[in-house]
Design a protein around this ligand. Sequence first.
Ligand SMILES: Cc1cc2nc3c(=O)[nH]c(=O)nc-3n(C[C@H](O)[C@H](O)[C@H](O)COP(=O)(O)OP(=O)(O)OC[C@H]3O[C@@H](n4cnc5c(N)ncnc54)[C@H](O)[C@@H]3O)c2cc1C
Length: 382
Amino acid sequence: MKRELFSEEHEIFRDAFRRFLEQAVVPRQEEWAKAGIVSRDVWNKAGEQGFLCPWVSEEYGGSGADFLYSVVELEELSRINENGFVPPLHSDIVVPYIEAFGTEEQKRRWLPGCVNGDIVTAVAMTEPNAGSDLQALKTTASKDGGSYVINGQKTFITNGIINDLVIVAAMTDPKAQPRYTGMSLFCVEYGTPGYQKVRNLEKIGWHSQDTAELFFEDCRVPKENLLGGQEGQGFVQMMIKLQQERLVCSIGAVASMWAVLEWTKKYCEERSAFGRPIIKFQNTRFKLVEMYTMAEVLQTFVDRLITEHMKGTDVVTETSMAKWVVTEELKKTVDQCLQFFGGYGYMMEYPIAKAYQDVRVMTIFAGTTEIMKEIIGRRLGM
Ligand SMILES: Cc1cc2nc3c(=O)[nH]c(=O)nc-3n(C[C@H](O)[C@H](O)[C@H](O)COP(=O)(O)OP(=O)(O)OC[C@H]3O[C@@H](n4cnc5c(N)ncnc54)[C@H](O)[C@@H]3O)c2cc1C
């Protein structure tokens, strides 16, 4: 179904971003997967060409673009099966914290670099013993004169190695009741003594993505690095920003569904068995039709959420619904599509094999399916 969301300008931007990906990303995907990290220069190139944080206002170096430009980037990255080079994490998940909650001084200090590619960001909430249950986090930030001293360990951090700036969730008041009122966010620059990037973790998929463990050992940051300048706001800041994070996951997942279906339909038209293309078997057609139907239904839902999100509506319940249902459906779609590739689907030279490895994490990060259902249940008064 033709989508009504995008203007001609968005489509021109889509063409430009697609060309950028074809030149600067696609030829290097294999090399990056082997290295376990993308090369830093792709971030600089993306910044130079205006593809990082296009929504940041001109005052801070951006173009003041609307959220649909981010949607375009997400869709194009999904189309080429790319998840090592992750502008959506930087532009649409991490940097919005600085823009929304940062003091004027913090915005002037960091936003221009986030736009031009000098600064690549990450966000470190998860700890070895605190993932879904963020209130259990143990990292502390103790006030000491004009600075805070951060101690603790973070794990599973996307852009964990490549980042120049990480937003760290820490307890400024570990005794606070309720506990979440003692949590704050800090912007920590790489190079600050005590901030160590320890280990790039080996994963089932997302091989070119540096997902790492971070350590903070007597890491002293000036009090000016406390996001927003006020203690105890961290948990609320995270909750506010999770709506967009979950929407970002849903947009990427539904775009991946379309990409996977496109490769599979083409393969089923070209591959023959028992004297005819396998798409001519009713089982193949019916299954493909079911998956196309689901993709249309989910696309309509996600597009509606994009519109509401852009209007500033509270769609936490619905974005939580989208996050779990789209990622769970994508998981089923990839599995079924791989089946249609037969033995070739198990070979890494076919993108469906990589999609199979990559999809597994999508029902886990940015809040698991179970946590999404908990949030929805709570918001529905159950
Ligand atoms: C590749 C990757 C990238 C990531 N990137 C980042 C990042 O950039 N920054 C960051 O901070 N974190 C990141 N994460 C962490 C991610 O957000 C967490 O893994 C996720 O929130 C789950 O936390 P956990 O792993 O501790 O699982 P747990 O919280 O231990 O959960 C284990 C299981 O128990 C279930 N469970 C937990 N609580 C409940 C409940 N109340 N009701 C029902 N079931 C429940 C969960 O759904 C899950 O199935 C990343 C993770 C991965 C794998």
